[in-house]
Design a protein around this ligand. Sequence first.
Ligand SMILES: [Zn+2]
Length: 64
Amino acid sequence: MTCPICKRPTVARFRPFCSGRCADVDLGKWLGGEYAVPSRDPEDMEEAAEAAAQEREGSIAKPR
Ligand SMILES: [Zn+2]
């Protein structure tokens, strides 16, 4: 028998997988369809954070 994830020989302790890692991968597939990919682009997050920071700075720096 081989691991359904990576096709290496099954280890009895983790049957039908070869390791706990592959068992986790399989569990993730069950829970999230395919492997759960972060939906947000990191650059978008960075841009949003920057915009928020600039907005804050602007309001503080504005002299009255
Ligand atoms: Zn495996």
